[in-house]
Design a protein around this ligand. Structure first.
Ligand code: MG
Ligand code: MG
Length: 255
């Protein structure tokens, strides 16, 4: 597997990344306030861009990849797991679950974070999916300690999800993040304890459990971006950028 370089951040770098993460959290908090039936996914993107602009920031998502991603956030509804493209005709409906992913570039560093939430009244099955996915993120974060390995993080996420009868994605992974949105190491949402890259203080990693109800299989829609569950069942996604320190893990993408 192709592995990108791992870049250790200095305390000064981490200060900038924390500021980037705070702005990113502000963007996501604003979008969360707007999650109501009738709101379009393009409205959510516009609100995110307004907050980014007010901080003099841009999202690294815009123009990323091939074909270039056309928006600053991704909005993925129900069976859409990640990379949904905002659209002025796509409206949120009561009972939807929606995943919002946003990045922020601030002073040359990237923060990357995502959450999933319900719109109006959601089913107990959907609520459980959201709860387990968010818990899996925190189970992974708890392993983000100097001396552990990426496999310890991966397996903590996987075990939490699978102990609830749900499935982790295989094709999409957590990743180092810093001056670029994707650095090493890769952190899959499944793995083996004691395997993978040794965690060192100054590593900054975006952990991002993507969880599916039916099976782990996904496919990409003809728009070449939107990833959906192969069987059409619900999916969820939570993500934080986290720094490994000499002590406790440091969450960078919180307010
Ligand atoms: Mg992300
Ligand atoms: Mg990410």
């Amino acid at each position: 597997m192709f592995e990108r370089q791992v870049n250790i951040k200095s305390p000064a770098d981490l200060k900038i990344m924390r500021a980037a993460g705070r702005i990113n959290a502000t963007v996501l908090a604003r979008v969360k306030e707007l999650l109501q039936p009738g709101v379009t996914t393009a409205d959510l993107n516009a609100a995110a861009e307004e907050v980014l602009k007010s901080h003099g920031c841009v999202s690294p998502f815009k123009g990323y990849g091939h074909p270039p991603f056309p928006a600053s956030i991704t909005v993925s509804i129900n069976d859409e797991m990640v990379h949904g493209i905002p659209h002025p005709k796509r409206k949120l409906k009561d009972g939807d679950i929606v995943s919002i992913d946003c990045g922020t570039v601030f002073e040359g560093f990237v923060a990357d974070s995502a959450f999933s939430a319900g719109v109006g009244e959601i089913s107990p099955e959907a609520a459980n999916l959201l709860k387990v996915t968010e818990e899996a993120l925190y189970a992974g974060i708890a392993q983000m300690r100097k001396g552990r390995r990426t496999g310890d993080v991966s397996v903590a996420i996987q075990n939490h999800v699978e102990s609830h009868g749900l499935h982790v994605t295989r094709e999409y992974t957590g990743h180092g993040v810093g001056r670029s949105m994707h650095e090493g190491p890769q952190v899959p949402n499944y793995g083996m304890a004691g395997n993978g890259t040794l965690l060192r203080a100054g590593m900054t990693i975006a952990l991002e459990p993507m969880v599916l109800i039916g099976t782990h299989e996904t496919r990409v829609l003809p728009d070449q971006w939107t990833v959906v569950s192969a069987d059409g069942t619900l999916t969820a996604h939570f993500e934080h950028t986290v720094a490994v320190t000499e002590g406790d893990p440091l969450l960078l993408t919180v307010l």
